[in-house]
Write a protein that binds this ligand. Structure first.
Ligand SMILES: [Fe+2]
Length: 370
């Protein structure tokens, strides 16, 4: 049988966009990957950060898991471990585990009779009204949306951030578009496909900084809150989905599950690309707790920590730097979870059914800094 040549084609930014990442890969059977083909895919992932494979109908959850694992063969546990079992975690309602492949989660919207051993499930696309301090009025909900929450896929306590995430679109409602509002006084908006996944480049986020701020982020570290998704469960996001308002609503340690200080994560602000050596500004804005400065001091005031991080990150989520993927049935997207931030977007009607599979694995090694 003739083997098709594997091709990597960078995405063409639409008019007005300045994105410099994203690629489509063609000519590969993901159920039967050779070492050489995987090497090409890995290189493409770290050069382009978001890679799209079209027409992957029939790709099994097992093949999705195995492809994900190939980026970090020692890893084996879902990126959030069992922390999503905690009923108070803000991630809990959004994920359903594939019974025969527990590293793969089913996400989406609407009612599904049966899928991969899950029966009679109702999925709920996260809506910003459940997370943001204020929200788009009900009567405008069909037309307008926001970035739900910019993030890295990571437990940020006990487990290291996954290297890659794979997202498989099993079925996508088509045709509708929405206007995304930043609602932060800038007047910025974006036209987006319903239920897009939005990506920004952490490398661009770094490049946009002043030389002074570049030095700051290369030499500072971020400490994350223990059990962050329970800790922030009563708090509210900014309208841009890029970090939280400081209203004193975070749960005190006494209301969190037991904290093992050895499991608290402190990471560099910039993470080095393992293929190109470029630096990405990689901070999960809603889970930040402290900044550890180069001189050994610590910034402990949560409001100040958040304001510093917001000023560093906000320029890079302006519309011209955002890639909103326009999902079609059977798209498989891989993204460099250590080189991009991403966000759920969109407000679905209850009868708009969307079915996706997501897989990532807690990494075997922490990210490496500058
Ligand atoms: Fe995610």
């Amino acid at each position: 049988m003739a083997v098709l040549p594997l091709t990597v084609r960078p995405l063409q930014p639409p008019p007005g966009s300045s994105i410099d990442f994203g690629a489509e890969i063609q000519g590969v059977d993901l159920e039967n990957l050779t070492e050489e083909q995987f090497g090409t895919i890995r290189k493409a992932l770290y050069e382009h950060h978001v890679v799209v494979f079209k027409h992957q109908k029939g790709l099994s959850p097992k093949a999705q898991y195995e492809l994900t694992k190939r980026f970090d063969p020692v890893s084996d546990n879902y990126g959030h471990g069992k922390t999503i079992d905690a009923k108070r975690s803000i991630l809990h309602p959004d994920l359903k585990t594939v019974p025969h492949q527990p590293q793969v989660q089913v996400i989406g919207n609407g009612h599904v009779d049966s899928y991969e051993g899950l029966k009679d499930i109702t999925l709920r696309h996260p809506h910003h009204r459940t997370f943001h301090q204020d929200h788009v009025p009900e009567e405008k909900d069909y037309e307008f949306t926001r970035f739900y929450r910019w993030h890295i896929d990571a437990a940020l306590y006990d487990l290291y951030p996954p290297q890659v995430t794979t997202l498989m679109a099993v079925s996508v409602p088509k045709g509708r578009r929405q206007t995304l509002l930043y609602d932060d006084g800038t007047g910025e908006t974006m036209d987006v496909p319903l239920g897009t996944t939005a990506f920004v480049s952490g490398e661009r986020m770094f490049e946009l900084l002043s030389s002074e701020d570049k030095e700051l982020v290369k030499t500072s570290k971020i400490e994350y809150a223990p059990h962050p998704y329970i800790w922030m469960s009563q708090a509210h996001s900014r309208s841009t989905g890029l970090g939280m308002h400081s209203e004193g609503l975070e749960l005190p340690d006494s209301e969190l599950p037991p904290i093992d200080p050895g499991k608290i994560m402190v990471f560099p602000m910039t993470w080095k690309n393992p293929v190109t050596g470029k630096l990405a500004l990689q901070i999960h804005p809603s889970a930040v707790r402290r900044i550890h400065c180069a001189d050994g001091t610590t910034i402990d005031d949560l409001t100040r920590v958040r304001d510093i991080v917001y000023k560093l990150q906000r320029p890079a989520i302006s519309p011209q730097y955002v890639y909103p993927h326009d999902w079609e049935d059977n798209d498989l997207v891989l993204f460099n979870n250590r080189g991009v931030l991403h966000s759920v977007v969109g407000a679905f009607q209850p009868d708009e059914v969307r079915l996706f599979r997501q897989c990532n694995l807690a990494a075997s090694e922490p990210p490496v800094g500058a």
